[in-house]
Design a protein around this ligand. Structure first.
Ligand SMILES: Nc1ncnc2c1ncn2[C@@H]1O[C@H](COP(=O)(O)OP(=O)(O)OP(=O)(O)O)[C@@H](O)[C@H]1O
Ligand SMILES: [Mg+2]
Length: 160
């Protein structure tokens, strides 16, 4: 089922990231979809900051993945935009990233296709105006549904 939340400015995006960071499982796969500049990396930055990360957060456009160890959690931030062939993922040892417990936030998952695990939750960012986005959520697992519920409750029903 799709859930759309419209009229999201950066303050509300930060709030969503904060709500997600509460009660986080150790293992979770999120696909972040949407055009260039739609807000995927911005969301990841707010998410990492919500977990207490204060250092610089780089976009992994050239490195494909950046890993963060925060408290007892491992967070892998992928950006697959520059992949030409999904098979390149096997050269960076993609299997190892997905075989241990981690929160995987994946930008441009379309470019990785068969090499990626199933996701718990998809978030599609659509540009409404320069400062406003529509977020379209699709939960694909029980855990994904739980997180979506957490987000809705955190934002308050009136915003949905
Ligand atoms: N409501 C909003 N949500 C997210 N970003 C916003 C919003 N309003 C303005 N922005 C701005 O839009 C830009 C989004 O850039 P960002 O790098 O996050 O996009 P992206 O989806 O990761 O793009 P790419 O596919 O190139 O990696 C940022 O400069 C951010 O400050
Ligand atoms: Mg990005």
């Amino acid at each position: 089922m799709l859930t759309s939340i419209k009229n999201i400015n950066e303050i509300q995006l930060k709030k969503i990231a904060e709500v997600m960071a509460i009660d986080l499982p150790k293992q979770l796969n999120l696909y972040l979809l949407g055009d260039l500049g739609a807000g995927k990396t911005t969301f990841v930055r707010y998410f990492l900051q919500s977990l207490g990360y204060t250092d610089l957060i780089k976009s992994p456009t050239y490195t494909i993945v950046e890993t963060y160890l925060i408290q007892d959690k491992k967070i892998n931030h992928f950006d697959l935009y520059r992949l030409i062939d999904p098979e390149e993922l096997s050269y960076i040892g993609i299997h190892d990233y997905f075989s241990s417990e981690a929160i995987n936030l994946i930008e441009w998952p379309e470019k990785g296709k068969a090499f990626l695990p199933e996701c718990d939750l998809e978030i599609k960012f659509q540009i409404e105006t320069e400062k406003v986005r529509e977020l379209i959520f699709k939960a694909n697992s029980r855990q994904g549904e739980e997180i979506l519920k957490q987000i809705k409750e955190g934002l308050g029903e009136k915003n949905i």
